[in-house]
Design a protein around this ligand. Sequence first.
Ligand SMILES: Cc1cc2nc3c(=O)[nH]c(=O)nc-3n(C[C@H](O)[C@H](O)[C@H](O)COP(=O)(O)OP(=O)(O)OC[C@H]3O[C@@H](n4cnc5c(N)ncnc54)[C@H](O)[C@@H]3O)c2cc1C
Length: 476
Amino acid sequence: MVLVIGTGIAGLSAAVSLKKAGLRVKVITKKLTGGSTYIAKGGLAAAVGKDDSPEIHAKDTLIVGDGLCDEKAVHYVTKEAPRAVEVLESWGFKFADDLRLEGGHSRRRVLHKTDETGRDIYDFLMTKLKELEVPLLEDRVVSLKVSDEKVEGVIAERSGVVYDDKIVLATGGYAYLFKYTSNQPTNVGDGMAIAFKAGALLSAMEFVQFHPTVTSIDGEVFLLTETLRGEGAILVNSKGERFAFKYHEKGELAPRDVLSRAIYSELLKGERVYMDLTKIYDFERKFPVLNNFLKRHGLSQSSKIPVFPGAHFVDGGVRVNLRGETNVKGLYAIGEVSDTGLHGANRLASNSLAEALVFGVNLPSFIDKWEGLYVDDGDVIELGLRNGNKFSIEEIRKTNWENVGIIRNEERLEKAVFVYSSADTCSLDEEANAALVSLLTAIAANTRKESRGNHFREDFPQRDDRWKKRIYFKVK
Ligand SMILES: Cc1cc2nc3c(=O)[nH]c(=O)nc-3n(C[C@H](O)[C@H](O)[C@H](O)COP(=O)(O)OP(=O)(O)OC[C@H]3O[C@@H](n4cnc5c(N)ncnc54)[C@H](O)[C@@H]3O)c2cc1C
């Protein structure tokens, strides 16, 4: 029996393919409508166009990853993505015929269904899961049961101990732990903390991607996708000034991290930043979901939409090999919770749904032949757990935003390390897990004395290739 934790694209695609391969599988999830897949918008990158190839997709991924991608992982995912798409389509999912272009991609390769493709995939896979009669439980996993360095089950809040010797963590990232975010409250780093406490290696925790254009109207958070800017949306500050060209020659089409810093810098000056959608042709047909969002709040295409950069995606996580295996026997990690090496220091847009699908659908080929993760690169930091101060999720979100956010420096990072070093990191609640992953993020960001990918240090603004290596964490 295999136990899959999480019902995003990673967990659902793994559960469906394991069941189809004849394995016994069950799924447990904290919240059925939680996770990022449920709200993901743009689409899934795969080299399926006539003018495209996995090699070109790999090259684009490596450029954005800024020297820290694991090349084997990049070539594996870009080669396997078209096949994973075929598998999904063979199950009955249908992508739209056109391919979209997104920032950082040199070809049209973003597959989509509507303008909420993550939700489309979620709905489809959830229906499949039910058709296949895979048992599904809504409960929060709080820890792994490990004996002799092998997993033997999990402990869940309401269900207690659930025994299984193959556990697939598909619990997503922790970008909700920043005051401004595009993520749902389920994504607070539970999976990474649980794995770390069980002895798994974590890596690349300093690389958190911020999305430049998130909005929140009457408390409803909405991500304004890159495609809008590709279709003509512009950014203006309170003075009506189109400021993006001051920061980058490509203006609103600058890379995500550059644009996030540009908007953040404007906000720090006391400006407000708005997206102006008026130049988008055929807006209502192209962006029906955004159009409905605006209507719900009494706004329209001609309204100026306030935007801010928000934490969006976590590049790092539980280090795995190309089979999704960790260094703890029987424990797999797939999707955003993992660090496969694909994203390196920065994620190419639409590569995360692709990565999660590849690792999900390929899992049955490996599940009966354990090899285990072996690493011989990078620096390993060992860290103990402690019983300490309790911080609420809101306190952690504020601390991370102010000290471990878009523009970092030693003073603020040390403050965050100091705060979290006093925190309770060994309890089983979300707060302790959130403090633990925040501590690892702050330590890694403080240790990495350079700027690379989405990790920007104003005190070390250049890339320094002495840091062209991963920072690992292991429990002491
Ligand atoms: C608004 C938004 C738009 C995005 N758009 C795109 C896009 O267009 N293309 C792209 O490639 N990427 C996009 N991303 C990123 C992408 O959606 C995610 O990286 C991806 O969906 C992660 O999938 P996952 O299955 O790994 O995790 P998630 O979809 O985050 O799912 C995590 C699951 O784990 C469960 N869980 C968490 N903790 C526990 C626990 N302790 N016990 C039990 N269950 C638990 C949750 O309930 C949830 O079901 C977007 C992200 C956001 C937030």
